[in-house]
Ligand binder design. Structure first.
Ligand SMILES: *[C@@H]1O[C@H](CO)[C@@H](O)[C@H](O)[C@H]1NC(C)=O
Length: 393
C-alpha cells in the first residue's frame, strides 16, 4: 500500500513517517529505507528488558553466556551496565536459557531489538521516573527516545480531557464482569488477584501447588483460570473436593477478568502475576503490590526489578511450591504489607504524575507529535520534498 502510493497524491506526500511495532522492526525498516520515509519504532516492552537484550552480545563476548548450568543461575551477571549487583543469570531474558548462544530465537530477538534503536526515534511504554537509570544507558545507542507510558493511563487521561466517549480497554478477551459483584462484597484490601496473563499455561502440578497455596493461606482470592490455562480442570474434574469447598468459601474463579477494573477495586490487596509488562504497568498504576511468577521472555527481568529495584513485590521465579505460595500471599497481604504498599503507592503517584499535564510522559508525547509535524515541514531524509511521493504507476 505504501509502495503503491495509494495513500497520497502527487501534491501531498503519502506518508510523513512510519510508526512501526518493534516486533516487526526488521521488515518495516527495510521498507522505510527503500521508500526513504522516516521510521519511529514503538516498543511496548520495558527499558530494563530492552537493555538486558541489548547487552547480550557483550555477555557472549565476555564469556558470561552461555549459562553453564543450574548452579550458575543465582550468580550475578556483570556485563549489563546499570544492572550490576542486581541481575542474576536467572533474571536474564528467558531466551538466554539455552546451551548454544547461536540459538536462532535468541539471536533473532537480539537482532530485532537492536534494530528498534536504529530509527529516527523509539517510543517506549514506560516512564522516566521509573526507568530513567536504564533509559540513560540506551540513549547513547538511540538518542531519540520517547517514554510515554503508562500508555493505558495516558490514553485514558487524554480521552477524558477531550470528553470523547470512547471505550478503551487493554483487555484482549471478553471479560467476565460478575467477579466485580463478588469483589463488591469483600472487605477492603482482602483479595489476592491471580492471573498469569493471556498466553502462559500451567502444568497440572503447578496448578495444584498454586491452588493449595492459595487455599492454605486462608486469604480471599480471585483467580483467572482461562479455558485453555489447563485443560482438565473444567467443571472441577480431578480437583480435590476440599479445594473446591474452600474455594467456594473464600475464592472466585473466572475465565477472564476486567483486569484494570479489578486492580482498581478497593477489595483487591495483591496481584499474583506472570509479570508481563502490561500487567506490571497496570499494577503499578493501581498501587497494588505483586507476587511475580514469570514464565518467559521479558518477564524474568521485570520480576527482578519489581522485587529488588522497585521493591513493590516479591519474586517467585522458577518456584511452584504450595508452601512458598502460601508464605508469599501472607507476606504481601499481612507480614510485609506496609513496606510493599508504601513503595507501590510511591510508584503509583509517579506514574500518574508522568502522564498528567506537564509530566514527563505527557511532555514526551507532545515532543513526539511535534517531531512528526516537523518531519512534514522539513524532511530529514537527504533528497528533496517530492521524494516522499512514491509514484509507481
Ligand atoms: C497490552 O496493552 C495494549 C494497550 O495498551 C493492548 O493493545 C495489548 O493487546 C495488550 N497486550 C496483551 C498481551 O494483553
Amino acid at each position: 500500500m505504501l509502495a503503491s502510493g495509494e495513500l497520497g497524491s502527487d501534491l501531498s506526500p503519502s506518508v510523513t513517517c512510519i510508526i512501526a511495532d518493534g516486533a516487526l522492526a526488521e521488515f518495516t525498516s527495510s521498507i522505510a529505507t527503500e521508500l526513504q520515509i522516516p521510521i519511529i519504532f514503538l516498543q511496548v516492552a520495558s527499558a530494563c528488558y530492552m537493555w538486558a537484550l541489548f547487552s547480550i552480545p557483550s555477555l557472549i563476548e565476555n564469556g558470561e553466556l552461555p549459562i553453564r548450568g543450574e548452579e550458575d543461575m543465582d550468580k550475578l551477571v556483570n556485563g549489563v551496565p546499570g544492572m550490576e549487583g542486581l541481575l542474576r543469570f536467572r533474571d536474564l531474558p528467558s531466551y538466554c536459557r539455552v546451551s548454544d548462544v547461536k540459538d536462532l530465537i535468541l539471536q533473532g530477538v537480539v537482532r530485532v531489538y537492536r534494530q528498534c534503536t536504529q530509527g529516527q526515534g523509539l517510543i517506549l511504554n514506560t516512564f522516566e521516573e521509573l526507568e530513567e537509570p536504564i533509559i540513560s544507558h540506551i540513549r547513547p545507542h538511540c538518542p531519540n527516545i520517547y517514554p510515554i507510558g503508562p500508555m493505558h493511563t495516558h490514553l485514558k487521561l487524554k480521552l477524558a480531557k477531550k470528553e470523547v466517549s470512547s471505550q478503551s480497554s487493554n483487555s484482549i478477551f471478553e471479560t467476565d464482569k460478575n467477579c466485580m459483584t463478588w469483589l463488591d462484597s469483600q472487605p477492603l484490601k482482602s483479595v489476592m488477584y491471580v492471573s498469569i496473563g493471556s498466553v502462559a499455561v500451567m502444568t497440572r502440578d503447578e496448578l495444584m501447588e498454586f491452588w493449595y497455596g492459595l487455599v492454605n493461606s486462608k486469604k480471599r482470592f480471585l483467580w483467572v483460570i482461562r479455558p485453555d490455562l489447563y485443560k482438565e480442570v473444567e467443571d472441577g474434574k480431578n480437583v480435590p473436593v476440599e479445594l473446591l469447598e474452600e474455594t467456594k468459601e473464600r475464592g472466585y474463579v473466572v475465565g477472564w477478568a476486567p483486569q484494570e477494573e479489578v486492580l482498581d477495586h478497593p477489595a483487591v490487596g495483591g496481584f499474583l502475576t506472570h509479570s508481563g509488562w502490561n500487567s506490571t504497568m497496570e499494577s503499578i498504576v493501581a498501587g497494588v503490590p505483586m507476587i511475580c511468577w514469570p514464565r518467559q521472555s521479558d518477564q524474568q527481568v521485570h520480576s527482578r526489578y519489581v522485587s529488588e529495584a522497585w521493591k513493590i513485590g516479591l519474586d517467585m521465579k522458577d518456584v511452584s511450591d504450595r508452601k512458598v505460595v502460601e508464605k508469599m500471599v501472607n507476606d504481601v497481604m499481612v507480614e510485609r504489607r506496609e513496606e510493599l504498599v508504601n513503595a507501590a503507592d510511591e510508584k503509583r503517584k509517579l506514574a500518574i504524575k508522568s502522564v498528567g499535564e506537564g509530566g514527563s510522559s505527557y511532555c514526551n508525547f507532545d515532543r513526539l507529535i511535534g517531531d512528526i509535524y516537523k518531519m512534514n515541514e522539513k524532511p530529514c531524509m537527504p533528497s528533496g520534498t517530492n521524494e516522499y511521493v512514491v509514484d509507481k504507476h
